[in-house]
Design a protein. Structure first.
Length: 87
C-alpha cells in the first residue's frame, strides 16, 4: 500500500491514477479485515481531553489523574502493539 501511494505521489507515474487509487483502497480494506479487532477502550477519551494537570492543587487529585493517564497510555500502547504484531 505504501509503495503504491508513493507511486501515485511521484511525478514519474504515467498510468491511470484513479485505477491505482481504487487498488490502494481495496488493499486497505483487506488490511482492515485481517487486522485484529480493537477492543473497547477502558477509559473515556473525552475525559482525557478534560484533564489539565496544571489546574489541580490537591496532591491526591493530581495522583489519581496521573494514574488515569498512565493507565490509558499503557492501554493504547498494548492495543497498538497487537495491531503492529499482526501485520
Amino acid at each position: 500500500i505504501d509503495s503504491l501511494q508513493a507511486l501515485v505521489n511521484s511525478k514519474e507515474f504515467q498510468g491511470d491514477e484513479a485505477l491505482l487509487q481504487t487498488r490502494i483502497l481495496q488493499l486497505s480494506e483487506k488490511r482492515l479485515l485481517v487486522s485484529p479487532i480493537v477492543k473497547k477502550l477502558f477509559f473515556d477519551p473525552g475525559k482525557i481531553l478534560q484533564i489539565h494537570p496544571e489546574q489541580y492543587t490537591d496532591s491526591l487529585e493530581a495522583a489519581i489523574y496521573s494514574d488515569y493517564l498512565t493507565n490509558a497510555l499503557a492501554e493504547i500502547d498494548t492495543q497498538l502493539n497487537r495491531v503492529r504484531s499482526s501485520r
